[in-house]
Design a protein around this ligand. Structure first.
Ligand code: HEM
Length: 227
């Protein structure tokens, strides 16, 4: 039997491919680019200074808090959001705790221009097509798969055990199961073709936006954006 062929959007045109498969296929190239980004490479290798790492956490706090707040508010009208994003999937408290460990307040640095743009875009999406926020959230939740490995290098580089690295490794040895649970919940949603397309588009936007945020955090750029 012939397998359905997928186009570059990760769709086989018949809507028969599950949303999680579509998201993975449609963002695979962007994931490779994210892994190869200069900032991510330095981060992965534990080559950022501790200050640069903490500055990254401040930026992630802006990103996560923005998306998570919109998801919480929008789930009143779109309960599917809460059906997928369980309480355990919220990361803002971990970011606050990591920052507190380093004695840094969330919001101590203003969002970079790329983060500002992301925040405006997310606000519009939350108003106009809130279900698409799930596409953005998929990228953050999925990134835990890689962050878990990265957290080993971060622990070694800055001599951390648990605190200071909770955001990168929120589930410990349960990571695989938590990811399977999340995929299952997302896969159970009954989404229209248009809604699936909106999730895919939002996930692609999220990868691009995070790439631009990483670029803003390159040391030579940071000097120009209030730290
Ligand atoms: C050096 C950086 C990175 C490494 C080494 C890495 C590594 C990984 C690994 C090992 C997986 C698990 C694959 C699997 O078990 O199926 C994964 C999944 C994933 N990562 Fe990354 N990653 C990195 C950066 C990123 C970044 C920056 C993002 C987001 C912007 C991201 C988003 C994702 C997503 C969404 C998935 C889930 C893919 C799926 O649908 O199965 N990753 N990554």
């Amino acid at each position: 039997m012939e397998h359905p062929t997928e186009n570059t959007n990760g769709s086989n045109g018949a809507g028969a491919v599950g949303i999680m498969d579509r998201l993975r296929v449609a963002t695979a190239k962007q994931h490779d680019d994210a892994e190869n980004h200069e900032f991510q490479q330095a981060f992965f290798a534990g080559r950022l200074t501790q200050d640069q790492y903490v500055r990254y956490l401040v930026e992630l706090h802006h990103v996560y808090a923005c998306l998570e707040n919109h998801i919480r508010s929008a789930s009143k009208d779109r309960p599917e959001l809460a059906q997928v994003v369980a309480e355990e999937n919220y990361r803002e408290a971990d970011l606050v705790d990591d920052l507190d460990f380093f004695g840094v307040a969330p919001g101590s640095s203003n969002p970079t221009p790329a983060t500002e743009t992301f925040m405006s875009h997310t606000e519009v999406l939350a108003r106009t097509n809130p279900i698409a926020l799930l596409g953005m959230h998929y990228v953050l939740e999925g990134s835990n798969n890689g962050s878990k490995f990265i957290s080993r290098n971060i622990r070694r580089a800055y001599e951390l055990t648990d605190r200071g690295v909770r955001t990168l490794d929120p589930y410990g040895s349960d990571q695989r199961q938590k990811w399977l649970d999340y995929k299952l919940r997302m896969g159970e949603l009954e989404l229209s073709q248009d809604e699936c397309d909106a999730l895919v588009q939002a996930a692609q936007y999220m990868f691009s936006a995070l790439g631009r945020v990483s670029s803003d955090l390159m040391p030579e750029k940071l000097q120009n954006v209030g730290t």
